[in-house]
Design a protein around this ligand. Sequence first.
Ligand code: PEP
Ligand code: CO
Length: 462
Amino acid sequence: MPTPDRTLRAVNLPADWSPQSWRNRTAMQLPQYPDAQALEEALAELRTLPPLVTSWEILSLKQQLADAQEGKRFLLQGGDCAETFDGCRSDVISNRLKVLLQMSLVLVHGLRKPVVRVGRFAGQYAKPRSADSETIGEVTLPSYRGDMVNAPDFTPESRTPDPRRMIKAHARSAMTMNFVRALIDGGFADLHHPEYWNLSWVGHSPLADEYRRMVTAIGDAVRFMETLSGSEVHNLNRVDFYTSHEALLLPYEESLTRQVPRHWGWFNLSTHFPWIGMRTAQVDGAHAEYFRGIRNPIALKVGPSVTPDQLLRTFDLLNPEDEPGRLTFIHRMGATGIAEKLPPLLDAVRRDGRRVLWVCDPMHGNTESTSNGYKTRRFRNIRSELEQAFELHAAAGTRLGGAHLELTGEDVTECLGGARELTESDLERAYKSTVDPRLNYEQALEIAMLIVRKQAQIAAPA
Ligand code: PEP
Ligand code: CO
């Protein structure tokens, strides 16, 4: 049952903002479409297509994030670095959902609070790149910017940005969304049946025993409650699941930015929870301009070069009313940088008394290349950044309220280490990512267990 929109109309509802006003600013990381007319036609078609999410869902997520800001919930946000059109398959989608559900079970059980579940999917198709072009031998072509823009093969046809790909991305996102919604509505996330989420290849995982013990404990608790109340506990049959992606390709985002009959203002209806990536986070840039006018909860990646002053200016721009649930900062400093870079930012925001949800992305500051040419991340660095994040927040009097992870339910070997101690020579066995390396199922579950242990340690220091 939808709740009424009680949020006051922002006093400063930006009068000088429109879904197009970002076009007057410098936009980083946007492709050059060679055919302007084809671009216009694609955008015109997108504007007529139905949205992927609703304003009611967006506002209910905002409320959950407001709860997380007060420490009443923990945010789990995870999925691929980049979705691909080929990866829009039932096994890929359901395996990813299974991992996220298992992780959230571990977190709910261990943290004793509800989890806000947000997937990096149903729209995570555009990527920022460090260079606009790539040269191999004598040939220079545009960089691959995600399936929503072009294709990865190194040919002029594949690399030329094609606006029709936005229509395909919208359709794939809708299919993904449809399948996830159907699974969840059909009882896939039912706590009475955590066995639905088992992944067949896991077999003899070193973590399996700990996970099974947890599932048994939860099953016992559920049965106990049901015996006590004499009936089935129905709200355990389904969970809320939300989507997010980096809202990088502004023409696409603009075309799905709509007004709705029962709520004031503008909503990005391509996803519940868009974020601004680190490379497009300039306060005076086009992305910040676009984001300031939409009513979705929004997140901003915060990298090691951000100063306290910049962060506070971003605050003024993106959340001038200090609205609950509106703003999330996802810090991604790297295991060697976080101890130096994070505390000044935490102090500045805390002293200013502003409301924010702090989330740690322990992936993007820890990317490296191996001697055999793979982009990878070491599990021990991911773990170290996350553990330090808990400690630094505790020391600063702030709260780490969530984790942002790149993961997959597939049996890949992309990150080094973890319970099975993957080595550099394992990488070639199952390296499937076209962009950043992801945690596999086991490594992802290990991170969830680690969060629980670390949180307990912070709460009750030895
Ligand atoms: C990402 O999340 O895939 C990404 C590109 O992150 P960042 O903007 O933090 O580098
Ligand atoms: Co990434």
